[in-house]
Design a protein around this ligand. Structure first.
Ligand SMILES: Nc1ncnc2c1ncn2[C@@H]1O[C@H](COP(=O)(O)OP(=O)(O)O)[C@@H](O)[C@H]1O
Ligand SMILES: [Mg+2]
Length: 391
């Protein structure tokens, strides 16, 4: 294809340099190409001081671009390198997508072996660092009920857009608190959509961290690797309950019956006491009817049978109170801990990598030699995940 041709020129060719904005790049619209040099300057040579995070795909730096814009610069790790043509094809798809609740991709850099993505920088970090997972310490943001409700509906809209309006549909595969970024007005923006396709196929199997974070994984995805929109909807349901309750989906420091958020939600639902799950830091200042409705939508989304989970556009209507929820129709959530009891493997070498706040870590599981309890086996799965990735 003509539009990619210059990228395949020999490395030593003087014409090999990627132009800043490339007119020659006619097949690729809307994708700004950055030179490695510009991104180096923007991040002070990718200085650790400018590093703002690290995830399954690589490291993220904050930087100031030549035009003055502040950007989040994501350097994809060596394993996630893919051919220039495939890379640009996917980038093109991502960069054409615009929605109030989706992070905007500015452009990328594909010089030599480098694969770098340049995104709009969002001031208020992610939900993982602010609201969920003990992150309260790092931010002063008070999440009122109004704000939470806006955030939940915003995320639902963004995901409904990816699932139902973008052609072909995009399945996110990694909906979780750290992929929900907040702008200066606390408008939620889903990040990392379309990224699953930038990773070589052999890396997107469920045994890798990039394919999702344990507590958010739909059982059918975790067990059989079935990737459908319903798996995203499950993850969204977990996130929804996290936002209402202000806690992470798994917390091994709580009493046994409260460790798994979905299990706890189901218990309280059966006892008609869902209201007890709402974040106590709101000091009772919330719309009780709305909060319980949100929790029920969370339960609908996390049902074990994928078919029973509502579509994201239906979820938006339910959250907004435009569509009633039939209480009798809610069935028990699918829980990974249920099947992990059956599927415990021998203890793999515990090779821990840097984990995000929403994944388990060794301190949650001081005794991983005992594989009998559900809690331990869930934690073991994280070891397996890290372990599999390195083999
Ligand atoms: N556009 C952005 N604006 C501000 N911060 C960002 C942006 N993109 C990513 N980050 C930060 O970098 C961290 C790492 O991102 P990422 O590599 O996607 O890993 P993960 O999503 O697993 O945390 C995020 O948790 C977030 O704090
Ligand atoms: Mg991310």
């Amino acid at each position: 294809m003509h539009c990619f041709s210059f990228l395949f020129r020999r490395r030593d060719s003087p014409r090999n340099r990627v132009p800043e904005v490339d007119e020659e790049f006619s097949g690729i619209h809307n994708v700004k190409l950055y030179s490695y040099k510009e991104l180096s300057i923007a991040t002070d040579d990718f200085s650790p001081i400018n590093k703002i995070g690290e995830g399954g795909f690589g490291s993220v730096y904050k930087g100031r671009l030549k035009d003055g814009k502040i950007a989040a610069i994501k350097v994809l790790s060596a394993e996630s390198r893919q051919g220039v043509k495939e890379f640009l094809t996917e980038i093109q798809v991502i960069s054409e997508i615009e929605h109030e609740n989706l992070v905007k991709l500015y452009g990328c850099c594909v010089e030599g072996n480098h694969r770098i993505l340049v995104y709009n920088y969002l001031e208020n970090n992610s939900l993982a660092q602010t609201l969920i997972g003990g992150g309260h310490h790092y931010s002063n943001i008070q999440f009122s009920w109004r704000t939470r409700s806006r955030i939940c509906i915003g995320i639902a809209r963004g995901l409904a857009f990816l699932h139902e309006e973008v052609r072909p549909h995009i399945i996110h595969r990694d909906i979780k608190a750290s992929n929900i970024l907040l702008d200066k007005d606390l408008t939620p923006k889903i990040s990392d959509f379309g990224l699953a396709k930038l990773i070589p196929a052999n890396m997107t199997h469920v045994s890798t961290r990039v394919a999702g974070t344990i507590g958010y994984l739909a059982p059918e995805y975790a067990i059989r690797g079935q990737v459908t929109r319903k798996a995203d909807i499950y993850s969204f349901g977990v996130l929804l309950v996290e936002i209402v309750s202000g806690r992470c989906n798994t917390n091994m420091r709580l009493p046994a019956e409260e460790q798994y958020l979905l299990e706890r939600t189901w218990d309280l639902y059966e006892r008609r006491e869902l209201i007890l799950l709402v974040d106590t830091s709101l000091n009772g200042d919330f719309d009780a009817e709305e909060a319980c409705r949100f929790l029920k939508v969370g339960l609908l989304c996390t049902q074990d049978t994928p078919k029973l989970r509502p579509s994201m556009s239906t979820v938006v209507q339910m959250l907004m109170g435009e569509k009633d929820i039939d209480d009798d129709k809610i069935t028990k959530p699918g829980l990974i801990s249920d099947f992990m009891d059956l599927k415990v493997r021998g203890p793999p070498k515990p090779k821990l990598e840097t984990t995000t706040s929403s994944t388990y870590n060794s301190s949650d599981n001081p005794d991983n030699s005992n594989l009998s309890s559900a809690a331990t086996s869930a934690a073991t799965m994280t070891f397996t995940v890290s372990y599999d990735r390195s083999t």
